[in-house]
Write a protein that binds this ligand. Structure first.
Ligand SMILES: C[S@@+](CC[C@H](N)C(=O)[O-])C[C@H]1O[C@@H](n2cnc3c(N)ncnc32)[C@H](O)[C@@H]1O
Length: 257
Protein backbone atom coordinates (compact mmCIF):
# COMPACT_ATOMS: atom_id res chain seq x y z
CA UNK A 1 0.00 0.00 0.00
CA UNK A 2 1.65 3.31 -1.00
CA UNK A 3 2.06 5.99 1.65
CA UNK A 4 1.88 9.50 0.25
CA UNK A 5 2.33 13.14 1.12
CA UNK A 6 0.41 15.81 -0.75
CA UNK A 7 1.89 19.25 -0.35
CA UNK A 8 2.90 22.19 -2.48
CA UNK A 9 3.15 21.53 -6.21
CA UNK A 10 2.77 17.78 -6.19
CA UNK A 11 2.91 14.55 -4.34
CA UNK A 12 5.83 12.40 -3.19
CA UNK A 13 4.63 8.89 -2.94
CA UNK A 14 6.38 5.93 -1.41
CA UNK A 15 5.42 2.65 -2.98
CA UNK A 16 7.66 0.25 -1.07
CA UNK A 17 7.40 -2.55 -3.61
CA UNK A 18 8.24 -0.26 -6.51
CA UNK A 19 11.13 1.23 -4.52
CA UNK A 20 12.60 -2.25 -4.08
CA UNK A 21 12.25 -2.97 -7.80
CA UNK A 22 14.00 0.31 -8.72
CA UNK A 23 16.79 -0.38 -6.22
CA UNK A 24 17.38 -3.77 -7.84
CA UNK A 25 17.63 -2.07 -11.27
CA UNK A 26 20.14 0.44 -9.94
CA UNK A 27 22.25 -2.32 -8.42
CA UNK A 28 22.38 -3.89 -11.89
CA UNK A 29 23.57 -0.56 -13.39
CA UNK A 30 20.20 0.21 -15.02
CA UNK A 31 18.10 3.37 -14.72
CA UNK A 32 21.01 5.49 -13.48
CA UNK A 33 21.90 8.95 -14.78
CA UNK A 34 24.38 8.43 -17.61
CA UNK A 35 23.48 4.73 -17.88
CA UNK A 36 25.74 1.94 -16.68
CA UNK A 37 28.68 3.81 -15.09
CA UNK A 38 31.19 1.30 -16.47
CA UNK A 39 30.09 1.89 -20.07
CA UNK A 40 30.23 5.67 -19.99
CA UNK A 41 33.76 6.25 -21.27
CA UNK A 42 32.64 6.14 -24.90
CA UNK A 43 30.45 9.17 -24.24
CA UNK A 44 32.74 11.00 -21.86
CA UNK A 45 35.98 11.98 -23.61
CA UNK A 46 36.41 15.24 -21.69
CA UNK A 47 37.59 13.88 -18.37
CA UNK A 48 40.96 15.51 -17.59
CA UNK A 49 43.84 13.01 -17.50
CA UNK A 50 44.96 11.47 -14.22
CA UNK A 51 46.11 12.56 -11.70
CA UNK A 52 43.53 15.37 -12.02
CA UNK A 53 41.15 15.38 -9.07
CA UNK A 54 38.29 14.19 -11.26
CA UNK A 55 36.93 10.69 -10.88
CA UNK A 56 35.00 8.71 -13.49
CA UNK A 57 34.29 5.05 -12.69
CA UNK A 58 34.66 3.84 -16.28
CA UNK A 59 38.07 5.41 -16.75
CA UNK A 60 39.83 5.41 -13.38
CA UNK A 61 42.98 3.32 -13.04
CA UNK A 62 43.69 1.35 -9.86
CA UNK A 63 46.24 4.06 -8.92
CA UNK A 64 43.59 6.76 -9.29
CA UNK A 65 41.16 4.79 -7.10
CA UNK A 66 43.87 4.45 -4.46
CA UNK A 67 44.61 8.19 -4.72
CA UNK A 68 40.98 9.04 -4.02
CA UNK A 69 40.80 6.52 -1.18
CA UNK A 70 43.90 8.05 0.45
CA UNK A 71 42.48 11.54 -0.05
CA UNK A 72 39.25 10.63 1.76
CA UNK A 73 40.94 8.87 4.65
CA UNK A 74 43.82 11.29 5.30
CA UNK A 75 41.68 14.19 6.65
CA UNK A 76 38.16 14.75 7.99
CA UNK A 77 36.07 14.38 4.83
CA UNK A 78 32.72 15.49 3.46
CA UNK A 79 30.61 14.59 0.42
CA UNK A 80 28.19 16.69 -1.56
CA UNK A 81 25.68 14.91 -3.78
CA UNK A 82 24.13 16.92 -6.64
CA UNK A 83 26.61 19.79 -6.34
CA UNK A 84 25.35 21.61 -9.46
CA UNK A 85 27.79 24.34 -10.48
CA UNK A 86 29.77 23.86 -7.25
CA UNK A 87 28.99 27.25 -5.77
CA UNK A 88 28.56 25.82 -2.24
CA UNK A 89 31.39 23.27 -2.23
CA UNK A 90 33.97 25.65 -3.70
CA UNK A 91 33.25 28.28 -1.08
CA UNK A 92 33.03 25.76 1.81
CA UNK A 93 36.28 24.04 0.78
CA UNK A 94 38.06 27.43 0.58
CA UNK A 95 36.96 28.11 4.15
CA UNK A 96 38.20 24.67 5.34
CA UNK A 97 41.58 23.82 3.80
CA UNK A 98 42.10 21.29 6.61
CA UNK A 99 39.14 19.19 5.38
CA UNK A 100 38.73 17.11 2.22
CA UNK A 101 35.68 17.17 -0.08
CA UNK A 102 34.25 15.00 -2.83
CA UNK A 103 31.45 16.47 -4.95
CA UNK A 104 29.13 14.36 -7.13
CA UNK A 105 27.35 15.87 -10.12
CA UNK A 106 26.06 14.03 -13.17
CA UNK A 107 25.51 16.95 -15.57
CA UNK A 108 28.72 17.33 -17.58
CA UNK A 109 28.46 21.08 -18.16
CA UNK A 110 28.03 21.70 -14.43
CA UNK A 111 30.90 19.40 -13.49
CA UNK A 112 33.16 21.37 -15.83
CA UNK A 113 31.99 24.69 -14.33
CA UNK A 114 32.66 23.36 -10.83
CA UNK A 115 36.05 21.93 -11.79
CA UNK A 116 37.09 25.20 -13.43
CA UNK A 117 36.18 27.12 -10.26
CA UNK A 118 38.21 24.65 -8.16
CA UNK A 119 41.22 25.12 -10.45
CA UNK A 120 40.88 28.89 -10.54
CA UNK A 121 40.85 29.03 -6.74
CA UNK A 122 43.82 26.66 -6.60
CA UNK A 123 41.95 24.32 -4.26
CA UNK A 124 43.70 21.01 -3.64
CA UNK A 125 41.14 19.72 -1.13
CA UNK A 126 38.26 19.00 -3.55
CA UNK A 127 37.70 16.11 -5.95
CA UNK A 128 34.76 15.86 -8.32
CA UNK A 129 33.01 12.72 -9.58
CA UNK A 130 30.70 12.78 -12.61
CA UNK A 131 29.07 9.40 -11.94
CA UNK A 132 25.65 8.86 -10.44
CA UNK A 133 26.33 8.97 -6.70
CA UNK A 134 23.97 6.04 -6.13
CA UNK A 135 26.35 3.78 -8.06
CA UNK A 136 29.66 5.46 -7.29
CA UNK A 137 29.60 5.86 -3.50
CA UNK A 138 29.69 2.13 -2.69
CA UNK A 139 32.52 1.69 -5.21
CA UNK A 140 34.82 4.54 -4.27
CA UNK A 141 34.10 5.86 -0.77
CA UNK A 142 35.81 3.85 1.97
CA UNK A 143 33.25 2.66 4.54
CA UNK A 144 33.08 4.81 7.66
CA UNK A 145 35.30 7.55 6.22
CA UNK A 146 32.92 10.52 5.93
CA UNK A 147 31.93 13.07 8.60
CA UNK A 148 29.24 15.00 6.72
CA UNK A 149 27.13 14.37 3.62
CA UNK A 150 25.44 17.45 2.13
CA UNK A 151 22.41 16.95 -0.11
CA UNK A 152 21.13 20.39 -1.00
CA UNK A 153 17.99 21.21 -2.99
CA UNK A 154 17.65 17.88 -4.84
CA UNK A 155 14.95 17.58 -7.49
CA UNK A 156 11.83 15.95 -6.01
CA UNK A 157 10.84 14.11 -9.23
CA UNK A 158 7.14 14.32 -8.38
CA UNK A 159 5.76 12.10 -11.09
CA UNK A 160 5.55 8.39 -10.38
CA UNK A 161 7.05 7.62 -13.80
CA UNK A 162 10.18 9.54 -12.70
CA UNK A 163 10.46 7.67 -9.39
CA UNK A 164 13.65 5.95 -10.57
CA UNK A 165 15.40 9.35 -10.73
CA UNK A 166 14.79 10.11 -7.04
CA UNK A 167 17.91 10.22 -4.95
CA UNK A 168 16.45 8.82 -1.76
CA UNK A 169 15.40 5.26 -1.10
CA UNK A 170 16.02 2.90 1.81
CA UNK A 171 18.90 1.38 -0.15
CA UNK A 172 20.41 4.85 -0.72
CA UNK A 173 20.20 5.51 3.02
CA UNK A 174 22.14 2.26 3.54
CA UNK A 175 24.76 3.50 1.06
CA UNK A 176 25.04 6.82 2.90
CA UNK A 177 25.18 5.09 6.30
CA UNK A 178 27.96 2.85 5.03
CA UNK A 179 30.01 5.88 3.93
CA UNK A 180 29.49 7.85 7.15
CA UNK A 181 31.53 7.52 10.31
CA UNK A 182 29.52 6.57 13.38
CA UNK A 183 28.06 9.88 14.56
CA UNK A 184 28.47 11.41 11.07
CA UNK A 185 25.77 13.75 9.77
CA UNK A 186 23.45 13.70 6.78
CA UNK A 187 22.52 17.34 6.04
CA UNK A 188 19.53 17.83 3.77
CA UNK A 189 18.00 21.11 2.60
CA UNK A 190 15.07 21.72 0.26
CA UNK A 191 12.59 24.39 -0.77
CA UNK A 192 10.06 21.69 -1.71
CA UNK A 193 7.20 21.42 0.74
CA UNK A 194 6.70 17.84 1.85
CA UNK A 195 10.19 16.66 0.83
CA UNK A 196 11.63 16.81 4.39
CA UNK A 197 8.63 14.80 5.67
CA UNK A 198 9.15 12.25 2.88
CA UNK A 199 12.76 11.84 4.02
CA UNK A 200 11.69 11.69 7.69
CA UNK A 201 9.46 8.74 6.73
CA UNK A 202 12.38 6.89 5.14
CA UNK A 203 14.74 7.70 8.02
CA UNK A 204 12.17 6.40 10.51
CA UNK A 205 12.32 3.01 8.80
CA UNK A 206 16.09 2.92 8.65
CA UNK A 207 18.04 1.37 11.53
CA UNK A 208 21.25 3.37 11.02
CA UNK A 209 19.99 6.94 11.40
CA UNK A 210 18.66 8.93 14.35
CA UNK A 211 15.64 11.18 13.72
CA UNK A 212 16.13 14.81 12.65
CA UNK A 213 17.98 16.80 15.35
CA UNK A 214 17.50 20.59 14.91
CA UNK A 215 20.31 21.24 17.43
CA UNK A 216 22.84 20.09 14.81
CA UNK A 217 22.04 23.22 12.76
CA UNK A 218 24.41 25.18 14.99
CA UNK A 219 27.35 23.37 13.46
CA UNK A 220 26.38 24.71 10.03
CA UNK A 221 25.62 28.32 10.94
CA UNK A 222 26.71 30.84 8.27
CA UNK A 223 27.51 28.07 5.81
CA UNK A 224 27.71 29.21 2.13
CA UNK A 225 24.64 28.84 -0.09
CA UNK A 226 24.16 26.87 -3.27
CA UNK A 227 23.01 28.62 -6.46
CA UNK A 228 19.43 27.43 -5.91
CA UNK A 229 19.51 28.53 -2.26
CA UNK A 230 20.79 31.97 -3.25
CA UNK A 231 17.83 32.24 -5.62
CA UNK A 232 15.45 31.21 -2.81
CA UNK A 233 16.87 33.83 -0.46
CA UNK A 234 16.56 36.55 -3.13
CA UNK A 235 12.94 35.56 -3.86
CA UNK A 236 11.81 35.02 -0.26
CA UNK A 237 11.29 31.27 -0.73
CA UNK A 238 11.65 29.30 2.54
CA UNK A 239 14.25 26.55 2.82
CA UNK A 240 13.53 23.51 5.02
CA UNK A 241 16.40 21.80 6.81
CA UNK A 242 17.04 18.36 8.23
CA UNK A 243 20.04 16.94 10.12
CA UNK A 244 20.22 13.19 10.74
CA UNK A 245 23.02 11.58 12.69
CA UNK A 246 24.35 8.17 11.77
CA UNK A 247 23.90 5.95 14.80
CA UNK A 248 27.10 5.37 16.71
CA UNK A 249 26.69 1.64 17.23
CA UNK A 250 25.94 -1.34 15.04
CA UNK A 251 27.10 -2.23 11.57
CA UNK A 252 25.29 -0.63 8.62
CA UNK A 253 22.23 -2.69 7.75
CA UNK A 254 19.73 -2.97 4.93
CA UNK A 255 16.44 -1.43 6.05
CA UNK A 256 13.21 -3.40 6.02
CA UNK A 257 10.17 -1.59 4.64
C1 LIG B 1 18.04 20.82 -8.35
S1 LIG B 1 19.72 20.67 -8.72
C2 LIG B 1 20.47 21.48 -7.31
C3 LIG B 1 21.90 21.85 -7.54
C4 LIG B 1 22.59 22.52 -6.34
N1 LIG B 1 22.66 21.62 -5.19
C5 LIG B 1 21.88 23.80 -5.97
O1 LIG B 1 21.23 23.83 -4.90
O2 LIG B 1 21.97 24.78 -6.74
C6 LIG B 1 20.08 18.95 -8.34
C7 LIG B 1 21.38 18.49 -8.95
O3 LIG B 1 21.65 17.16 -8.53
C8 LIG B 1 22.22 16.43 -9.60
N2 LIG B 1 21.94 15.02 -9.33
C9 LIG B 1 20.70 14.44 -9.27
N3 LIG B 1 20.80 13.14 -8.98
C10 LIG B 1 22.13 12.87 -8.86
C11 LIG B 1 22.85 11.67 -8.60
N4 LIG B 1 22.21 10.51 -8.40
N5 LIG B 1 24.20 11.73 -8.52
C12 LIG B 1 24.84 12.91 -8.74
N6 LIG B 1 24.19 14.08 -9.01
C13 LIG B 1 22.86 14.06 -9.07
C14 LIG B 1 21.50 16.99 -10.83
O4 LIG B 1 22.23 16.79 -12.02
C15 LIG B 1 21.36 18.47 -10.48
O5 LIG B 1 22.41 19.24 -10.97
Amino acid sequence: MPSSLRRGKGKLEIDWEEMEAIEAEHRAGRGLFGGDPYLRHARNPHVPPEPARWFCLAQASDEHRARLRDFLTSAPSELEIGAGDGRFIVEWASMHPERHFLAFEVRGRLVHTMYRAIEERGLTNVWVCDDDARAAIPEIVPPGSIEVIHILMPDPWWKQRHARCRLFSLHMLSILAQALKPGGILRFESDVEGYPEFLDMLIERHPDFEPHDPALAERFANIPLTTRQQWCVEHGVPIFRRFYRRRASGAPAEAQP
